[in-house]
Design a protein. Sequence first.
Length: 95
Amino acid sequence: MNEPSFDRVLHAIADPTRRRILQALKAPRPANQSEGLCARDLEKRIRVSQPTISHHMTILENAGLVRVHKQAQWRWYQRNEQVLRNFIRNMKKDL
């Protein structure tokens, strides 16, 4: 996959709810959740509805900031640490 565009990443992290989602995905999780967090887990942690989670996860996924693993009817989300590190490195370079 190509590196996500700088503008797309900026748009994705501009929203406070999406930043909270990224923080929730960074938080330690129980061993039985090694696949990441599902939308239901995020609903509980962020306290927004499932459609809202889905909307934000689509934007984060399109920006390359999260990885999605599909297992049956479940979608498991994890942060894409490499993209986040590259974005931060580029931000430091450009400032």
